[in-house]
Design a binder for this molecule. Sequence first.
Ligand SMILES: [Zn+2]
Length: 974
Amino acid sequence: MDLTKLAAYEVIEQRKLGDLKSEGALLKHKKSGARVLLISNDDDNKVFNIAFRTPTKNSTGVPHIMEHTVLCGSEKFPAKDPFVELVKGSLNTFLNAMTYPDKTVYPIASCNDKDFQNLMDVYMDAVLHPNIYKHEEIFRQEGWSYQLEDKDGELSYNGVVYNEMKGAFSSPDGVLDRVILNSLFPDTTYANESGGDPDEIPNLTYEEYLDFHRTYYHPSNSYIYLYGDMDMAEKLEWLDREYLCKYDKIEVDSEIHLQKPFDAVRDLSMKYSVSSNEPLEDNTYLSYNKVVGTSLDRELYLAFQILDYALLSAPGAPLKKALMDAGIGKDITGSYDNSIYQPIFSVVAKNANEDQKDEFVRIIESTLKKIVEEGMDPKALEAGINYHEFRYREADFGGYPKGLMYGLQIFDSWLYDETKPFIHVEALDTFAFMKKQVKNGYFEELIQKYLLDNPHGSIVTVLPEQGRTARLDAELHDKLQAYKASLSDAEIEKLVEDTRRLLEYQEEPSSQEELEKIPMLEREDISREIAPVYNEEMTLAGVPVVFHEIETNGIGYLDLMFDLSEVPAEQLPYVGVLQAVLGIIDTEHYDYGELFNEINVNTGGIGTSLELYPDVTKVTEKEFKATFEIKTKALYEKIPFALEMMQEILICSKLDDEKRLKEILSMNKSRMQARFLSSGHSASALRAMSYRSPISRFKDMTSGIEYYQNVSRMEEHFEKEKEELITILQSLVKTLFCRGNMMVSYTASREGLAGLENELEKLNMALFDEQEAKPACVIRCEQKNEGFKTSSKVQFAAKAGNFIDAGESYTGALQILKVIMSYEYLWVNIRVKGGAYGCMSNFNRIGEGYFVSYRDPNLKKTLEVYDGVPEYLENFTVSERDMTKYIIGTISNIDQPMTPAAKGDRSMNLYMNHVSEEMIRTERQQILEATQEDIRALAPVAKAVLAGNQICVIGNEAKIEEEKDVFMEVKDLF
Ligand SMILES: [Zn+2]
């Protein structure tokens, strides 16, 4: 990287980043004062990020509203929604913006050079020259506004961020996280909710909001990041020429201040809402929180991640176990949040009771004291170190670009000390240091100093209140109507007029000229090739194996798959329980804590899952394969060890451990409740499909709402049910984990195959004897159309159906339809106008289709929007440019770069679903050649899906009662 000719920048530091196989540089733009960081390497998936330090003085959510609104049009790109245009029409591998308690970030990523440059340009212009000064409507649409459709109507609030935060504040976890942070830093920006408290958001004025932009969105307050394979000097020259050179350095007071430590731990409590039929008992959240130094300390930063594992997060970890044994809470979780200046270590007991608070604190502190006196379990520390080091080296961030994750982590130090951006992303030395500290009292001293002797902490209790949501809604309603009553006729007329103007603004599409300013690729820029499929069938030791030969850096990804087709339908919920239990219950040779540590000292972990694979060549027969899977990732030489441990889990688990079974059921129940509240869209869409689809019903019975109902029953009536539970689990193990019922999926390089045959031979011998074949399981479905009531402030509304059953067929154009729905029809009607946070649709090769909304203030209105889809499609008219844009957006969803593990998984899925390369090629061709006629031709498909009339909604109890004629059944979810 040659930076010597860059006159506009001062190079502060330039050096090799050995751990990342990269070269790093820290610079400053001389004229504007912008801070710049470069990580140069051969990664094709390039990343750009511009961030601003954005402390806030109140909880009006101004940083969050700003984040939404700068992406709603700018000087050079005046279209109303350039962000959405880019999502639809670029090959980005990441495109988003996020608000944190102290910063706001605007990252993009792409593998395509031209695309990358386009995205950078749009984002730079968005943050520096947004149209928010020209159109107040942008603020009113995304932030908050009064809504009054006619002078006799009811006055209400609306706004995308307003509704989003109402949703975020619906869950007890959301309330708890916020109060913990606020409680520890009363004098700094962390005392406030940067996302916005729905009660405070309406206090924000347009002028204050604009001031926030004037103050903080200046290059002098910016942090610019470039990562990957590109000509860095050229990018820097471009940034200087197009944007930065136009600014002079100014002083921006955005420093994040240190909170003065407390003299004594603070104690506070908050309320959250449960629905009117949910019990108060076992519904309190207790938390114990301590401030741990600052995030500029690289050792502390890592040491507490390891302590979090060893004390709290690992199953069987001592704090978790002590609290569980004392019967405090049904799930013990914890976290070490080091993404803020002063990191927080928290212990949380969910589903506990208020009167257990003192005991909760006493048990935590006495357990910690005992650990300090007796010393920590070195195995647990080693497991914690290896757990984190394995992940650090593997650098597999799921679907997220590596460069993005490094770019975000860098802020953990860079934001607080601009000379220290690299201290956490270069971690191998710190890991080596940690390994030397295992037995010398280092970790015990940290516990003493930062947890036991540290008065800078808080005990936060979050208590349930029945019908709180309804009460607050009624109060807000009264307040708004009283406000309306206080207004003169002229003032009311103005509110009606403003509401109408906002709607007009929203309905007026951007002009073609404005839209065309947004740079776009051509169809020719898209490769016609499909991603390679790596499937090689072989038989090793009599076991069918599908091998995926991929370069994996010495790691083998091994998946043992057991066929579930002979499990009778009534036992399916128990399969779900078995999956939840295996790996975290004692076995013949280990107690479950030891087992977990032993695995993590030597491998990257072992996990279980249930998978479903529809056979796309037998759609009308609705054939599918269901499997119980146990997976590991480990260095090649550790694969034999991993297989031994998998065998231990499958064959030697002590499934008659009543105490542990009860704990796991409670934990499972508590986690599902949290999941339904925070992301009920998956559960409601699945449930709606399950009314007619056996495969979806299977999934609902093993992980969805029906599964939850069963777990909940087993937990509540444990004494009565335990014997049956144990008997069924023990018989399931013998039916499933037997010779002849297993196949293997393995991702590795060819050398990783050596020795596998031998190991599988050993495992095969250890499996149970093959049993007589039983009839295949038959799953029956029944249409129910349910409304599930919760304490949530918003809805997740789903409508589903099957278009192949109705005589339609699958085509690649349906993938384009998903993009058009998400960013056009549903976006405009459900998000922009309806105020929901999100909305999506899906159509797959077996004919299942659904529409679902996410954190939606509406119910019936949303279902009506779905019903308008066929008509929208019949009249679908777009320019050639727009059609190309949708196609690029679709391809960008399909062509996401994959990690080695993901390549193997994708290949295996295609294999199991009987999807041939020919079918993928045809689909891609259908996408690339699609015209507006092809989209119009999808109207009957949408009609068929909607004609299924399968409706399921999870949401606000009052709303569901109010519109209950939509449903066949209305019930409480919890
Ligand atoms: Zn948001």
